[in-house]
Design a protein around this ligand. Structure first.
Ligand code: ASP
Length: 329
């Protein structure tokens, strides 16, 4: 991984009117950027290390980025110790584990499922929506019926240990409208973006969402343009953190569009974070993080608060990297 100082570009940014000049200079405050030649996979949080291995197994055999991201995030979905993705995920406040996922390739093909219960690999259902239907997104009972008709197996959720935690939580939290606590325990999507040996881009995003959320709540992760966006002409981005805030700025689409207008991946991730900061009066606990890669293999990340990390796998190694951030908790 190469790190380098950003080239000052505040004047260009100001001229484009994308951010106020004072914010543009903030972009210089921390620097992190990398570039890889050849296949590359990036994914959110430390569970990304194992997921990257799954993706790399595909990429190193010359497989496609699309296959790689699906196989990669399936590792996390199958990890019963993971409390924020897949089968081991925490339920909503009614005790239902509802899963959100999407997948997208650089040619704008995409598929998504939301509010899906009882299916172990929502990302693969999302891919089937993309490849086998005329639609982009299926939700709830319709998504479940499609998955079962298509041959996906049911899985029991929540798993026993998670159910016990939930029952305890329920006893202590009677107020149905109470804002669920935000911390690293109760939300951590896996968002993965990859480039294959042919330079093709793809991404996938999957989560059980904000633990103890309201029944029916859907976050950013299955929403194309919010939790994930990929455009072969420009690059790919994915998001993690408080989904409501990410949806409000169409976060991943914003990152890709900023790259289209000349921002580097990290600069684009940072500007998306700054936009969230500008749009919200109450930033307490409002963690959001973005990861991006451009079509030339440059990559970057940024988060609002300290603590966001991501896993990067290239031909050299699979490593965990702390993302730069705007503020400490
Ligand atoms: N973005 C996810 C959601 O809001 C959760 C997370 O990434 O932490 O459902």
């Amino acid at each position: 991984m190469k790190r380098r100082q950003f080239i000052r570009f505040g004047a260009v940014v100001g001229a484009l009117g994308l951010v106020k000049p004072s914010k543009a200079t903030n972009i210089m405050a921390q620097s992190f950027e990398g570039k890889t030649n050849g296949p590359l996979v990036l994914s959110t949080w430390n569970h990304g290390l194992a997921a990257n291995e799954g993706a790399w197994a595909v990429l190193q055999k010359g497989g496609t980025a699309l296959d790689a991201v699906e196989k990669g995030v399936m590792v996390t979905e199958a990890d019963l110790t993971n409390r924020s993705v897949g089968v081991g995920g925490r339920p909503d406040r009614e005790g239902h584990v509802t899963l959100d996922a999407c997948i997208m390739s650089g040619d704008a093909r995409c598929g998504s499922v939301a509010f899906l219960e009882g299916i172990a690999h929502p990302v693969s259902v999302a891919r089937a929506v993309m490849e086998k239907t005329q639609h982009v997104m299926l939700v709830g009972a319709g998504a479940k019926k499609f998955a079962l008709d298509y041959g996906f197996q049911q899985a029991k959720m929540p798993i026993d240990e998670v159910k016990k935690d939930y029952e305890q939580w329920r006893k202590e939290n009677k107020d149905l409208f109470k804002k669920p606590e935000i911390n690293h325990e109760n939300h951590d999507t896996i968002g993965m973006i990859a480039m294959d040996a042919n330079g093709q881009l793809a991404g996938a995003c999957t989560t059980s969402g904000w633990a103890y959320k309201m029944h029916g709540r859907v976050g950013d992760s299955p929403i194309i343009g919010a939790g994930l966006f990929v455009d072969q002409e420009v690059g790919a981005a994915t998001a993690t953190g408080l989904g409501e805030a990410i949806i409000r700025i169409a976060g991943s689409h914003t990152v890709v569009e900023l790259m289209r207008h000349g921002f580097s991946p990290q600069e684009a991730c940072k500007e998306a974070c700054m936009r969230i900061i500008r749009k919200h009066n109450d930033l307490s606990g409002l963690q959001c993080g973005f990861l991006a890669i451009d079509k030339d293999g440059n990559y970057g990340a940024y988060s609002i608060y300290a603590g966001f990390n991501f896993a990067k796998h290239d031909a050299q190694k699979n490593e965990l990297i702390d993302a730069p951030f705007d503020r400490n908790w």
